[in-house]
Design a protein around this ligand. Structure first.
Ligand code: GLA
Length: 391
């Protein structure tokens, strides 16, 4: 990657490389913006950015994936508008950092990523967080503050009203553990996963057009639920404050669609806690059932699944050694995550790929979900995956 950077930009100065991982969420979907619980894992799939200061007064960013070079005078970056382009992520982050008082100097950035784009594995947050670290080039920043700045870049500059999960796990992931995050207090804890199981993500290879608009619609429906419930109970500030039992008595206050959305969120928060408890007891079958309940709730009550995701979940559940399966991330395409016994991994990979090909004529991507570390500077450059090379 150092050679690729020198080849692209010239220059003989020190080049540093920063990495931020993608993520898979094991359970707790569409709960983060309702200030509830999530349980993601940082992946080995990651975005790497090699950076070096330059003396040209420019910010230059080259993406190997896009095969595209973009540049701006660095003193114009604060005034740039959204372009609906991949550079919105690093530019949005640069603007947030500048607004927070960090000096962003002229620099050359080379971006390389193994996080598949549009697969629901949070390539956006991986790009935001790696870009932030590259732009800071080693300047110290509090990790929680950085997660919030990156989330704000996505909300206000990119225009996606996301919660904090993706940016948070990109920064707080830990090798070997899932992370349970309380999206209200922003406390987190490492949760070790039972040794006899492994998790695999399967990519539908589709991203339906609805994904962006429906996400915003769901956030509005949840806000509408809270507003209606507050008329009865002013202490409720978010769906986090409502228990499944309390919601049952409040549903008549809500329009039917809003009631179903709220039911998903409230039950899903409870499932995260039940999943962690079951894991601590080594009750793997219960963990699996909770994953399937989560999927059914996303499918029927929250309505963010799609035929490809449902097919992958149903196919997985028919394979011997599979314990649980559900969609992961925002939905409308992207990936499922499946919990299975180690010895079933080969059978699962082959079986699910064959069934998906036969049904949709597409080869699904399958990725290991081994928990990896959160973002940081890459010390051992040999660990960086190879890029496409120079044209
Ligand atoms: C997307 C968002 C997250 C979260 C998930 C759904 O990944 O970026 O904040 O809301 O969807 O759980």
């Amino acid at each position: 990657m150092i050679a690729a950077h020198r080849g692209r930009f010239g220059g003989g100065g020190r080049i540093r490389v920063f990495r931020a991982p993608g993520r898979v969420n094991l359970i707790g979907e569409h709960t983060d913006y309702n200030l509830g619980f999530v349980m993601p894992v940082a992946l080995e799939l990651a975005t790497y950015i090699a950076t070096a200061p330059n003396a040209d007064g420019k910010l230059r960013i080259y993406s190997e994936d896009q095969g595209e070079m973009c540049e701006w005078p660095v003193d114009e970056v604060a005034r740039l508008a959204r372009r609906r382009h991949w550079t919105d992520y690093p530019i949005g982050v640069a603007q947030q950092l500048m607004a927070a008082g960090f000096a962003i100097g002229p620099a050359d950035l080379l971006v390389r990523s193994t996080v598949p784009e549009g697969a629901g594995l949070s390539s956006s947050a991986a790009l935001e967080v790696s870009a932030a670290l590259a732009l800071l080039n080693g300047s110290a920043i509090d990790r929680l503050r950085l997660a919030r700045l990156c989330q704000e870049a996505e909300r206000s500059f990119v225009g996606m009203p996301c919660g904090i999960m993706d940016q948070f796990i990109a920064l707080f992931g830990q090798t070997g553990s899932a992370i349970q995050i309380d999206c209200r207090s922003l406390e987190h804890r490492a949760v070790s996963l039972p040794g006899e199981v492994t998790f695999l993500a399967v990519n539908t290879m589709v991203k339906h057009a609805l994904a962006g608009s429906a996400y915003a619609e769901r956030t509005r429906e949840c806000a509408a639920a809270v507003e209606a419930i507050r008329r009865r109970d002013p202490l409720v500030e978010s769906l986090r404050d409502v228990t499944p039992e309390a919601l049952a008595g409040l549903e008549s206050l809500l329009p039917p669609v809003v009631a179903r959305r709220a039911r998903h969120v409230v039950a899903e928060d409870a499932r995260v806690e039940a999943f962690v408890e079951a894991g601590a007891r080594g009750d793997v079958p219960r963990m699996g059932r909770l994953m399937v309940e989560s999927h059914r709730s996303l499918q029927h009550d929250y309505e963010v699944s799609c035929p490809e995701l449902d097919f992958l979940v149903d196919t997985a559940l028919g394979i011997d050694g599979v314990i649980g399966s559900r969609m992961t991330g925002g939905g409308f395409g992207g990936c499922t995550v499946t919990m299975l016994r180690h010895e079933a991994a080969q059978r699962f990979r082959a079986g699910v790929a064959e069934a998906y090909r036969a049904r949709f004529g597409v080869e699904p991507g399958i990725y290991s979900c081994r928990p990896a570390a959160g973002a940081g500077e890459v010390e051992n450059l040999e660990n960086i995956p190879p890029g496409p090379g120079l044209p």
